[in-house]
Design a protein around this ligand. Structure first.
Ligand code: NAI
Ligand code: PHE
Length: 346
């Protein structure tokens, strides 16, 4: 445990055991230097508490990186609610209420929103006890609703930067794009890609999505990495770019919304050696957090929020240029840019 804590450069790991459900709630605060630590709540089963702590650490670091790249005055935080068993709806409700009370006790040290396993409806529940530290409630409860559309839009803007860098055109028409994970981010992303006339392929562990989109070729999860395409877009799980999958890839670029796509940082070099342009996940997937916190905490209109999200394209262009000039991989270039921005405000 000590190693897990000392290996991380973050500010704090807060842990609480929920006796009623056996769940362990972990709040990772990577940095509150840029502003109050903000990030979603991930609710799922984990094999060990150590796995859950490391996930909270990595995910909260990612939030610091995202907000810093967007020059947005928020810090990086993330909560993981690690379940050890399935919960009945009333047990889950009670857990979220107790979690909200804890967030309120933290008095603004951590603000939350949705992430994998939680929804705007869950934010409504958490906010009953956690208000005013909860973003992304349903519109019926005064929130801006889900974050998937803005994240999908930012990811699409990221693809334009890749198009300009690799193919000499921002237009994605005719480009073969394979989206892995057709959920709250993947679905709106498909809409943006369709509007440009991209050739779309979809993949999901839930094969029912093929029925929702009969017009697109469905790729089974078993074949997703070796399927040839221009852009592979991971919008499901983290850790999918690793020593096993990278040699299989037949794409020219990876641009997706999934958090923590790299198995290890060294996998960014592996991708570069395979001549695959990697758009760092934390540069692509800021859309939801930026749009929602901008609209709810800064009074942005939806139009202003989406204009801000579109800056993903410029940020990635800068990252690609830095990587080329300094002969470093794009992940390191993005990380250096974050450090430079953070140093400037310290
Ligand atoms: P979601 O849960 O709505 O959708 C995920 C989809 O991926 C589901 O359709 C699921 O069946 C599918 N899936 C799960 N495992 C898979 C696998 N092994 N292969 C193929 N498909 C698989 O999640 P959401 O909100 O769309 O998020 C997707 C990713 O983007 C997550 O990693 C999340 O952390 C990240 N992200 C989401 C943001 C948001 O605003 N929702 C913001 C930033 C990052
Ligand atoms: N799940 C979002 C992300 O990973 C976090 C978020 C969404 C934070 C909405 C605040 C509001 O970026």
């Amino acid at each position: 445990m000590k190693e897990i804590l000392t290996a991380w450069d973050g500010e704090a790991v807060l842990i609480r055991h929920d006796a009623q459900t056996g769940a362990v709630i972990i709040i990772g605060i990577h940095s509150s230097k840029f502003g109050p630590a903000t990030g979603g709540t991930r609710l799922m089963k984990y094999n060990t508490v150590e796995d859950a702590i490391q996930d909270a650490q990595k995910l909260s670091s990612g939030m610091t990186y995202k907000f810093a790249l967007a020059d947005f005055p928020r810090g990086g935080g993330k909560a993981v609610i690690a379940l050890s068993r399935d919960l009945l709806p009333e047990e889950r409700h009670g857990l979220l209420m107790r979690y909200g009370s804890w967030i309120r006790q933290l008095n603004g040290y951590y603000y939350t929103g949705p992430d994998v396993g939680t929804t705007p409806e869950d934010m409504d529940v958490i906010a009953t006890t956690g208000d005013p530290y909860v973003f992304s409630r349903t519109p019926a409860n005064g929130g801006a609703g889900g974050s998937g559309e803005a994240t999908g839009y930012g990811t699409y803007c990221g693809m334009k930067a890749v198009g300009a860098h690799l193919f000499g055109t921002r237009t994605l028409g005719g480009k073969k794009i394979l989206v892995q994970g057709i959920g709250s981010v993947g679905r709106p992303l498909l809409g943006y890609l369709k509007s440009e006339g991209a050739e779309i392929l979809i993949s999901d562990v839930d094969e029912r999505v093929a029925n929702d989109y009969p017009e697109y070729a469905f790729v089974t999860p078993a074949r997703v990495y070796q399927t040839p395409c221009d852009i592979f877009s991971p919008c499901a799980l983290g850790g999918i770019l690793n020593a096993d999958t990278i040699p299989q890839l037949r794409c020219k670029a990876v641009v997706g919304a999934a958090n923590n796509q790299l198995g290890t940082e060294a996998d960014a070099d592996f991708l570069a050696r395979q001549n695959i342009l990697y758009a760092p996940d934390f540069a692509c997937n800021i859309g939801g957090a930026l749009a929602i916190t901008g609209m709810e905490a800064m009074g942005w209109s939806k139009q202003v929020a989406f204009e801000q999200v579109s800056r993903v394209e410029q940020t990635l262009t800068t990252i690609f240029t830095l990587a080329d000039e300094q002969r470093i991989n794009t992940h390191v270039a993005a990380r250096n840019l974050v450090r430079e921005k953070l140093n400037r405000i310290q």
